[in-house]
Every structure is written in C-alpha cells, then in structure tokens.
Design a binder for this molecule. Structure first.
Ligand SMILES: Nc1nc2c(ncn2[C@@H]2O[C@H](COP(=O)(O)OP(=O)(O)OP(=O)(O)O)[C@@H](O)[C@H]2O)c(=O)[nH]1
Ligand SMILES: [Mg+2]
Length: 1109
C-alpha cells in the first residue's frame, strides 16, 4: 500500500514545474527493473526488503519467468527533495532488441531519461541505441553506472583498478554522446554553408571551420562533478553521487564542499602535509581522491561484511555510519543481507537517483522550441509551411499550460491491454466505516428475520449465516458500477498510453481523435467548407482520406505500474491512461480540441521487423476469432505487423524470435484464445543479377563455357547481348531493355536513401497537381514559369532535405564515375527507382528519341507523345522490381537500362477506341510489357539470391570462444571482429549471420556456452549468396567435388525452392537432364517454370472469376 494519500499526487499533477516524466533506458539485463524496484519501494508500494527481487514493473507472467522486460510501463511516484514534493512518472522500458519499439513509445512521452550501464559489460549495442533515441527525441539523460558490486566480488579489482576502469567506461559513454553531437553540428554547418555561400565569395571558399568550436557542449557529457552520474549497485540497494561524499568529507578534511565536489572525481589527490587538493595524482603515483575516500571505504565494507564475515567490524561500521540494523539482520547467516541493510541506509540508491532526477532532469515546462518542432513537423518539411493556426500551437506546447483556455493537445504513443476486471471501476472498492456499519445493521436485520422465519417452521439448515462478523469482513468489499457480465470480465480492453502536452483533459469532454495521417491543412479547409466530423463514426467508418473522429472522454487513469487509478481530470505535463478509445485509435493518435493540431511525427523505430510466420487456426471454424485476435494484437504492439496476403494467408511480421514467441503467446492466451498452427519462419530474400562469374564452383576459371548470354541468343531471337526486345500485344510499341548489376556501394546508398526518394516522390505528386493548376493559371495570367513552379515545390522542403537530395545526387555521380565509362551520365538518365519508388533498383533512360528530365527535376513537363505513357512505364518497372522471377521476392541492386522505346502511329486506334481494343488500354499494355521485359532481361543475366543478415554482438569468456565459433560456423555465420574487453577475460565479438540460419541461435549459443554468452540479433544488411540457384555440376571437377546430384552444394537453390513452394509456385522436384552438361537444360527448366507459373496464375484467375461472379 502506498504510504501517503493520493491527494498529494493529484495536487502535484496541477503543477508541471513539480513533475518529471522520465524513462529508464539500457541494454538488456543492465538492471533497469531492479533499479525501478528501489524507486517504487520508497513509496511503500513494495517492501524495501523485496526491492530488487520482485521486479514489480515486470507484471507479465512471461516477463517474470524469462527475467526480461517485454513492454514499457509507467508508475507515478512521489519524492520529497528538501521542502518540495515532486511527482515522478517513471517508465521502465525493455532492453531486449526485439522490444525496442516499446522504448520508442516510452521515450516520446518523456523529458528525461536514466541511462544505465552495467559496468562489467560496458557500452553495449542497445546502450548506444538508447542514447541515440534520447538524442533524437531531445530528451536529457543522466547516467547510472550500475553493478559496481561485480567489480568487487566477481572481478576482484582493486579500488585503483576499478577507478581507472570506471573512467574508461565513462569515456566510452561520452564518446557515443560526442559522436551524435558532432554529427548534428556538422549537418547543421553544411546547411548554413549552403545558405550563406554566395558565388565568388572568397571568404566562404577558405572557411574550413566545421562550427564545432563555437558550439557549447559542456552540458552534453556525463561527469560525476556535474551531478549527472550515480555509481550504484541496484541489487544491493546503494548508490551515490560525488556530491554525497563531498558533503561527508568537507568538514573532516577541512576542504570546501565546492572544491571537493569538483575534485573528488578526477586526477586529484590530497597532499597530506598541507591538506590541499592537488592535480596530477596518476603522474605522481598518488591515490586519487575518489579511490582514497570513496572506493576504498566501499571495498572495505564489502570485504568485512561479505568476504570475511567479520562481526566485530560490522558492529564498528554500523556505529561509525550511525545506522541501525535489526536483530534479525544481525543474526542473518547471509552476509549479502547484512551488506544490503548497511549500504541501503548508508547510501540509499532510491534517494540518490530521485534527487538527481529532480535536480538534473527538466520539467515539462522546460520544453525547447527545437523539440516542439521535431514533435509536430517531419524533419523533411518546413515548420513555417504549416498552417498559421498550427504554428500558433507551438506556444501552447512551450507554455505547458493546464488551463481551460489553452488548446488541448494529447499524444497517444501506444495502446496497451488490460483485462476489463482490472479496471478501477470494476475492482472491489473498499467501503468507508459508515458504509460498513450500515451494512452490519442491514445484515443483523436480515438475520433476525431469518430466525423469525425459522421459528415459523423453516429448517435451520437453510439459514444463511451472513450475519456473522467474518462475512461482514468479506462484505467490506463490494463492486462499484459492475456493468459487465462475468464472462466479459476476462475480455481485454485497451488503455491509451498518453501525455497531455497542453490544456486540460476532463471526463465528459468532447475531443477530436486525429489519426497519424491527419493533415491540419486539409482538415481546416474541410471545416471552412462546412464539413462536420461525424460524432458517431469510428476509425472503421472513415472514408479514405479522412482521419478524424470525435469522442467523449469517459475514463482517465493514473498509471501505477500494475494498477490503474481513476482520475477526474488531468492537466498539461502529465502522463495518463485513457480508456474507451479502442475503436478510435489503432496504435498512435493525437487528441485535441482543435483540428489545427497536427499529428505528431512518427515514432522512431530502431528495428526492422523481419521475422515472419504464417498462422491459421487449428479448427477452421475459429478463423473469425483468430482474425479478431490478430486485430487486437496489432493494436497492442507498435512493432508487429499483420498482413493478409492475396492468398488469404495471415502473416505475422515480428522483430525477432523472442518477440514472435510473445506475440504467439498473447494471441493464444489473451486475444484469440484459440489453438493455432504456426508455419516455419518465413525469411525474406532479395533477387539480383551479377557480373558473369570468372570461376566455377570449385574455383576453376571458366573459359571454355563462354558467356551464358551467347548461348541464350541461339535460343531466343529477341535477346541479343543481354538486350531484350519486347512488343506490346497490339504491336504498336517496342521496347529494348537490358539488365545490369549496380555497383554494390550504389545499391547500399540507394537503400539507405529510401526516405529521400520517398520525399522526392511526394513532391512529384505535389508537382503534378501544380502542373494542372498552373495550366489553368497560364490561361488566366500566363505568369508562372516552370522555374517558379519548381521553386514552389521546393519551398515545402527544409534546406536540410534539399541539401541531402543534392548530396545524394553528387555522391551517386562520383560513384557512377568510379564504376566505369558504361555508367556515364547515369545520374541524369535516372528515370525512377523501385520497388515502391524508393527501392534499390534503378530505371535508366537511354532512349534517344525520348528526352525526359531526370527524376531529380521537380518538374516534368514537355510535349513528347511518350510523356503520356511515362507513368505506365514506371509502374511496369515498379511491378517487376517488386517480385523477381526467381521466387517472386523483391529485386535489389539491378539497373534496367531502356535502350530503345518506339511508339508507332496508332494503327488500331483509328478504328477502335482505346477501351474497345482487344488488348485492353494501351497504357496497360505498356505497363505489362515493361514488367515482362524487365523480368526477361533479368533472367538472361547470371541471377543470384540475396540473404538478409543479422549482425550479432556476443560477450563471451575466453573458455567458451571455441564452442561459440563452432555454432557460428555451422550456421554459415562470420566473425567480423573480436576484441578483449580491457581489464577482463571477456571477449566482445561482432559477427554476421544469415537470418535464414538464425533460428534457435540464441538458445543454442546459451546452451553450448552454459549461459555465458548471450547474443543479440539485429538486422544488418543484405548479402549476395554467390551460388547460381540453377547451377548443376558442369565440369569434371565439379562432378568429383559435388557428385552427380550436387544437392548439398546448392544452398541457393534450396532456399529458392522453399520460398517457391511456400508461395505455391512451380518447383522442379527432380533436376532435369542431369547428364546434359550444357546450359540448354537450365534454360529449358526455366522456361518450364515460367510456363507452369503462367498456368497456375491462369487457374487462380479463373477461380477468382468464379468466386466473384
Ligand atoms: N550483481 C548485480 N546484479 C544486478 C544488479 N542489478 C541488477 N542485477 C541483476 O541483473 C539481472 C537483470 O536485471 P533486470 O533489472 O531485470 O535488468 P533489466 O535491465 O530490467 O533487463 P531487461 O528489462 O530485460 O532489459 C537480474 O538478475 C538482476 O538481479 C547489480 O547492481 N549487481
Ligand atoms: Mg527490465
């Protein structure tokens, strides 16, 4: 039970200056939940003895069983600092990489963060991700260096070694912060340069300054003397900052507290004669102050209590520290218990950390303009292009005013499930003394009546003994507002995890629910035209292009870890739970009293969901329940994706194996409650082409086989030198296409620039609208030039984005130039990228008679007849790159070069109108011929599969390295580098591993290394699998090496066939014509496949027609 009245928190909620919204971030297992326990214990919610053991914030059964946090959850705590009370909304977040989306949802609602680092493991990949997220969301971090007890007990370091080691860890953390800072400043200075550079400005030519020198970075770094670092052992319940020791020693040493504060950490020592603090401890082989006055004391306490079990020393320590141990603690046989009792009183972890939070982390009122702009305006667009009503809301954010006059702005970062029976309104409510007395009277009355009835002849056994006192105790609890039937009590309802940024949210208030795609410009315009938002509509009822619904707020809750507490109202600056939004919010949304409020920018997700499984109910009649369950799962998880494929198959996309397991458990036990069949994991592949290989599978050089293309020529007249000639069905248009592999670095650049291509594409849409508008304007004023139009489109983008597009173009120019003369002018010939207009494949225009502006130009106008079919052409390319011919997976790193495109005069159009043509509209023909042409051009090149690769970081002790390498090798993994962690026997290994070979990798590694190594798998990149999927042994050496069937050698083929089988595509079960040693057999095989695919598609189409008649 909480050790204070809730009213204190309700009062604090109205004063944003006294609120701190913070989250705990760290790599997995660095001690977030253990620290949270200590903080929660200060409010009496759990007992101090259980802090660290209970892991209160891990409320799920599987979280407790597996010992990892899987969701972020918030708890409101009260802390007293000096005279002032503070309310701290503390969010514990998961550290496992699979749940990093939960971190994003937490970080978005906070102003500050506690970053924890396990000092033995040091800075790990998720520590960097956590710091990056904090950086990107402009939230201020403080640092807790945790598990210092491990340096004493496990690593057995001396205090001096530990000090040196701790300085290194601190440097590592600061290096990460420094890196982000430098990147941002350099990015900014690039833009400034672009803005300021005028032609012939000599100064700017010689200005090499990066701007780094002028930027103030003093508040950026963690430093114990700044008070933003705590040294701790969460498990033993202690933690201190240098300030605590400075206070303690100032009078003892006769040195001022301020001086000690600055010098207790660092290369300072105490000159014993003069009692003065001097610099240069290391150089003069003196003990630094931190070692002499802090660490040595700590070490001796551990030594006496845990190692030597010295009772006398314990009594002395207790006396000198002026603390009290209970008799039970003193008697305890486990030294750790006594140590925890001593240390948690000597240097209480919770007080130190909570003090630091209140002093060093910002209140909601300290929001910066930069953060507001980041929250409501995408990084690629300009804030000043938002409607003026929207721009005005900036001040509402900055003022964080909780008055009725301020516009209400609430952001919902996720929806989390709660069983209906756990809602406060459905929970048994404790009765007041008056109510208990009243009930006692009623019960007595009933009892007397019953007795009277019994006297009148009723048997005594039927008497209900409800008047005795024990039953009265049971009656102390009653249900308030029990509006649900018992069956529904187990039903899940969703609570929105939200923060009020401005205004006041009250029960009974009517507010707009703005979806993530809501655009204030459009909404304001609709409102002006008199359109109203339908108050009865839910998200499902909205027409396409509409994203606003309206609700009356009915349930508000204070989030208390495992519990919820009803609230009447909540004002700006608070984190809150909102009920009743199940049908209005999918994953995220904004609530506001005005439609001018923009939707917040998308959460920055740090993982790519890559692991897919198909699921179906065991009993087909459960399909509807499963679909409903999937909908709920999708709503409850920021990272999960549920896809219903054309085949009707339900596919679940998750971040990794642990995440997948949690989703399946949730589906089975909470959301659908039906038995389900789960397919083998579906792993994505990419398809690509490569330069003709020079060596065969046994590393013999290929000479006599000749280039594959030549032989194909003989087979197919329409293919020459890799150039495929295609005609539309009505023979009116001819296209010549060639496929070529893109240089690897260009593919990578395209992949990493997908956001910019999306921006370009979006502008393209704006532009085509503008073109129409301008056409009309031309008629009237004839004033806007193409240049002005292009400027208009440009003005939507920030300088930074325009600069980034320009940089991308320049980089591509350089890369193409380096790649060789065949790529001359490629950047200006770029027609499109695909798939989805942002992928890593290029369409090049080398058509002599169709000069179209490159895709970079923001305006495409002209009078070529080809322009009409331009978008059909691009669509054909998009379709081809979305599903390649190997196994219908997307292409990657392929360039399609259009060598020729001819449209003859319309011979048939004279007679027939477009729709009457037997081959369908001409634009459709162009699209399908481009698609088919790209596929064929792809097939005449040497084709390869690309595999998704995980990168994994493993920390392992030297003795288990061998076993770990063996597991990696068996799974086709590669070690990139392995460094020994300084001052320990631990190795930090970075390896890459194909996703397809990664299943059960983590448990296997743990088993093989007896739990000493535990890997974190994160998607890293795509890699070409350099085996021809159609390869069969060709030369004598290959026969010798692989045997006739060569099944074992061709992993590419194995992967490809798995995918084809899964997609219901034709698979050649036996290798045809094993003994024919030329490529004709392969070509025949491919043709056979194509034919079978076509037949299958035709059958599918017929079935579709039949079903939809
Ligand atoms: N020796 C030692 N162990 C600790 C300390 N703090 C936490 N642990 C242990 O580290 C393990 C992980 O602790 P958690 O608090 O669950 O870690 P976490 O960061 O919440 O982990 P995730 O939520 O899964 O990312 C537990 O076994 C704790 O007992 C510490 O200060 N010293
Ligand atoms: Mg945890």
């Amino acid at each position: 039970m909480r050790n204070f009245s809730s009213d204190k928190l309700y009062n604090l909620q109205k004063n944003p200056n006294k609120i701190r919204n913070i989250c705990i971030l760290a790599h997995v297992d660095h001690g977030k939940t253990t620290l949270a326990d200590s903080l929660v214990a200060t409010n009496g919610i759990i007992s101090a003895k259980m802090a660290g053991k209970l892991r209160y914030m891990d409320s799920r059964k599987d979280e407790q069983e597996r010992g990892i946090t899987m969701k972020s959850s918030s708890i409101a705590l009260l802390h007293n600092l000096g005279e002032e009370d503070y309310m701290i909304n503390l969010i514990d977040s998961p550290g496992h990489v699979d749940f990093s989306s939960e971190v994003s949802t937490a970080v978005r609602l906070c102003d500050g963060a506690i970053v924890i680092v396990d000092v033995v493991e040091g800075v790990c990949p998720q520590t960097k991700v956590a710091l990056r997220q904090a950086w990107l969301e402009n939230i201020r971090p403080v640092l807790v260096l945790n598990k210092i007890d491990r340096l004493i007990m496990e690593k057995q370091m001396s205090p001096l070694d530990a000090y040196v080691y701790l300085t290194q860890i601190l440097e590592q953390v600061n290096a990460v912060m420094g890196e982000y800072f430098t990147m941002e400043v350099l990015g900014r200075s690039d833009v400034n340069k672009m803005e300021n550079t005028e032609p012939n400005n000599e100064d700017s030519l010689y200005n090499w300054s990066t701007g780094l020198e002028d930027e103030d970075d003093s508040n950026l770094y963690f430093s114990p003397d700044h008070g933003n670092v705590v040294f701790a052992s969460a498990i033993d319940g202690w933690g201190f900052g240098v300030e605590d020791f400075a206070k303690l020693y100032a009078s003892k040493l006769g040195v001022s507290k301020t001086v000690l504060n600055k010098t207790l950490w660092g290369d300072y020592y105490l000159q014993s004669k003069t009692k003065r603090v001097m610099k240069g401890a290391m150089e003069k082989a003196k003990k630094p102050l931190f070692v002499q006055f802090v660490l040595e004391n700590l070490w001796s306490v551990y030594n006496a209590i845990v190692v030597r079990r010295d009772k006398e020393k314990l009594t002395k320590i207790v006396e000198s520290l002026n603390i009290k141990l209970t008799a039970r603690d003193l008697r305890h046989t486990d030294g750790k218990v006594q140590l925890q009792a001593v240390c948690s009183q000597w240097m209480p972890l919770a007080r130190t950390v909570l003090d630091m939070i209140c002093k060093k982390l910002p209140s909601p009122c300290e929001m910066t303009e930069e953060k507001v702009e980041k929250l409501i305006c995408s990084s690629t667009e300009r804030f000043d292009n938002l409607p003026s009503e929207t721009q005005k809301l900036k001040s509402a954010f900055l003022n964080c005013c909780g008055s009725e006059q301020s516009p209400l702005i609430v952001f919902i970062s996720k929806m989390f499930p709660v069983e209906r029976k756990h809602l406060p309104q459905n929970r048994p409510k404790q009765l007041t003394l008056e109510e208990i007395n009243q009930r006692r009277e009623q019960a007595k009355q009933r009892h007397i009546e019953k007795l009277n009835q019994d006297i009148n002849g009723h048997p005594l056994s039927t008497m209900i003994p409800d008047a005795n006192s024990s039953n009265l105790v049971a009656e102390k609890y009653t249900r308030e507002n029990v509006d649900e039937s018992p069956k529904e009590e187990h039903e899940e309802v969703f609570i929105a995890f939200a923060r009020v940024f401005s205004g006041i949210l009250k029960k009974g208030q009517e507010v707009y629910v703005l979806g993530p795609k809501h655009n204030p410009l459009v909404a304001l315009e609709r409102l002006r035209q008199g359109e109203e938002v339908d108050t009865r509509a839910t998200v499902k009822d909205l027409k396409s292009g509409y994203y606003i619904t309206k609700i009356v707020v009915n349930h508000l809750y204070m989030l208390m870890g495992r519990e919820l507490e009803s609230l009447e109202e909540v004002s700006a600056g608070n984190i809150v739970g909102i009920g009743g939004l199940d049908d209005h919010v999918l994953k995220t949304a904004t609530l506001s009293t005005t439609v001018a409020c923009p939707s917040f920018t998308e959460l920055t997700l740090m993982v790519v969901p890559i692991l897919r499984v198909a699921i179906e109910p065991v009993h087909p009649q459960d399909m509807a329940t499963l679909t409903k369950g999937l909908r709920l799962l999708n709503q409850a998880d920021a990272c999960v994706q549920v896809i219903i494929q054309e085949t009707g198959e339900h596919v679940l996309v998750t971040a990794g194996e642990v995440h997948l397991q949690r989703c399946l458990d949730d589906l089975k036990e909470r959301y659908a409650k039906v038995e389900i069949n789960v397919s083998e994991p579906i792993v994505p592949f990419r398809e690509t082409v490569i330069e003709p290989p020079t060596v065969d599978m046994v590393n013999e050089s290929i000479q006599d086989q000749g280039p594959s293309v030549k032989k194909t020529d003989a087979q197919d007249e329409s293919t020459r030198n890799g150039v495929v000639t295609m005609w539309t069905a009505n023979k009116q248009s001819m296209i010549k296409i060639r496929a070529a592999p893109l240089p690897a670095e260009i593919t990578t650049l395209l992949e990493t620039s997908s956001l910019l291509f999306k921006v370009l594409d979006k502008q393209f849409k704006v532009k085509s609208v503008s073109v129409q508008a301008v056409d009309e304007e031309y008629k009237v004023t004839n004033s806007l030039t193409e240049l002005e139009l292009s400027e208009k489109a440009k003005s939507n983008l920030t300088e930074k984005t325009l600069q980034a597009i320009e940089d991308l173009k320049k980089k591509l120019e350089v890369m193409f130039k380096e790649a060789g003369p065949e790529w001359d002018g490629a950047v200006d010939q770029m027609w499109s990228v695909g798939p989805r207009r942002c992928g890593a494949n290029i369409l090049l225009n080398r058509v002599s008679n169709y000069k179209r502006p490159p895709m970079w130009a923001l305006i495409q106008t002209g009078n070529s007849p080809y322009l009409e079919y331009d978008s059909s052409f691009i669509n054909g390319f998009q379709m081809a790159t979305l599903a390649g011919p190997l196994c219908e997976e997307p292409m990657m790193g392929v360039c399609f070069i259009i060598e020729e495109w001819i449209i003859l005069d319309k011979p048939l159009a004279d007679v027939l109108t477009e729709t009457q043509q037997p081959y369908g509209p001409f634009s459709g023909q162009i699209m399908s011929v481009v698609k088919e042409g790209c596929r064929r051009a792809f097939q005449v090149q040497p084709q390869r599969l690309m595999m998704a690769m995980y990168s994994c970081n493993i920390q392992a002790n030297a003795e288990v390295l061998g076993k770990m390498y063996a597991v990696l090798g068996r799974r086709h993994g590669r070690v990139l580098h392995g460094d020994v962690v300084e001052g320990s026997a631990t190795f930090n290994i970075t390896a890459v591993l194909p996703v397809v070979e990664s299943f059960s990798f983590a448990p296997e590694i743990r088993k093989q290394t007896s739990g000493l190594a535990s890997p974190q798998l994160v998607f890293s990149h795509w890699e070409v699998l350099d085996i021809d999927p159609f390869w069969t042994p060709n030369t004598e050496e290959e026969y010798l090496h692989y045997g006739e069937k060569a099944d074992s050698g061709n992993t590419a083929r194995k992967y490809m066939e798995v995918v084809r089988r899964r997609k219901g595509l034709a698979v050649e079960e036996k290798t045809p014509l094993l003994h024919s040693s030329n490529r004709d057999s392969i070509i025949l095989m491919r043709l056979g496949w194509t034919l079978l695919d076509s037949v299958k598609r035709l059958l599918d189409f017929c079935e579709y027609q039949r079903l939809h008649k």
